[in-house]
Design a protein around this ligand. Structure first.
Ligand code: BTN
Length: 320
């Protein structure tokens, strides 16, 4: 934890007022240094009362995804331990990709409040209003053959699935990587990778998770198809906490993939999605498949029973 995070820990658990002398003593820095950090926190939107002879009192915390606000909610050993925060970016995936090329560590995350050019699948834009949702990218360096990378998208949807369940919301999974609530999309995942000499160098998993967006704030094109935690529950959520839970679940599933390979994650995804035996329609650019789902194979491909044979689908939009 950095110095700002340490000061906040004192202020958050310190009761009414925490003296500057006490913090300086505990942190082994000068009172002037404490004062400078307090000024810095105020500049970031924290409201801090100062009373001579008593010290500092934290009155209000800004709704921002500063790494030190996420950190207390992390139960991970490496995912999210290195975090890059920006008030605004073009796309967290693009920034993370650049950092990964410069050797950012396994588990590094990029978090922002808004994206000017957030990217979705199929070259769509990802709607990214300021300080409402989660826009997060995670750099991972799995030892997997490029052909086995597909199930990693299951990993992120399962992490979102578990996060939603823990928050008391019943999610649904849609192949390949959407998470829905009551048929509306609450989260999307965009996985990009760098491959060299037939080995995966790194993967960037970008997650857009709608948290506190209101219906009225939705872009017209997604008004009838998207939802958020707030829309589902009529309650606002602490985004830093949701982010910490999400990253914790990500590490849990990533460890499973690293330890057990991709087969198990595919079975877990298949069970949670409950798609076996359902009649599905899969639309691709040039054709449509219709058949009964036999689940997913170990590569994450969707298996459909069509005309007495099994067809493996690796891309497309699914409807039930
Ligand atoms: C989809 O189309 O369903 C995937 C959407 C992925 C959006 C996220 S938001 C964070 C990360 N940065 C991006 O530019 N895209 C992903």
């Amino acid at each position: 934890m950095n110095r700002i995070g340490e000061i906040l820990t004192f202020l958050k658990k310190g009761g009414e007022y925490v003296s500057g002398d006490y913090m300086a003593d505990q942190m082994k820095i000068s009172r002037t240094a404490i004062w400078k950090y307090i000024k810095q926190l105020e500049g970031l939107g924290y409201k801090i009362d100062k009373v001579k002879g008593r010290g500092y009192h934290l009155r209000a915390i800004p709704d921002r995804l500063f790494p030190w606000e996420i950190e207390p909610h992390l139960e991970t050993s490496f995912v999210g331990r290195d975090a890059v925060y920006r008030d605004a970016v073009e796309s967290t995936n693009s920034l993370a990709y650049g950092l990964a090329l410069k050797n950012a560590a396994d588990g590094t995350v990029v978090v922002t409040e808004t994206q000017r050019a957030g990217r979705g699948r199929l070259k769509r834009l990802w709607f990214s209003p300021y300080a409402k949702n989660l826009y997060v990218s995670i750099i991972l360096r799995p030892q997997l053959h490029p052909s086995r990378i597909y199930p990693l998208t299951f990993m992120s949807s399962l992490a979102v699935f578990d996060t939603l369940e823990a928050l008391g919301i019943q999610p649904q999974l849609k192949w390949p990587n959407d998470v829905l609530v009551k048929g509306r999309k609450i989260c999307g995942t965009l996985t990009e990778l760098s491959v060299e000499a037939d080995a995966v160098q790194f993967v960037v998993i970008g997650i857009g998770f709608n948290v506190n967006m209101k219906k009225i704030e939705l872009a017209d094109e997604i008004r009838s198809t998207a939802t958020s935690l707030l829309m589902e529950t009529k309650k606002a959520f602490e985004r830093a906490r949701v982010c910490g839970m999400l990253l914790t679940n990500m590490e849990k599933y990533y460890r499973l993939v690293c330890d057990e390979g991709t087969e198990q994650i595919c079975r877990i995804w298949e069970n949670r999605a409950g798609i076996k035996g359902k009649t599905l329609e899969v639309v691709q650019i040039d054709r449509t498949y219709r058949g009964v789902s036999e689940g997913v194979d170990h590569d994450g491909g969707l298996l459909l029973a069509i005309d007495g044979g099994i067809t493996k689908i690796i891309a497309g939009d699914v409807s039930v």
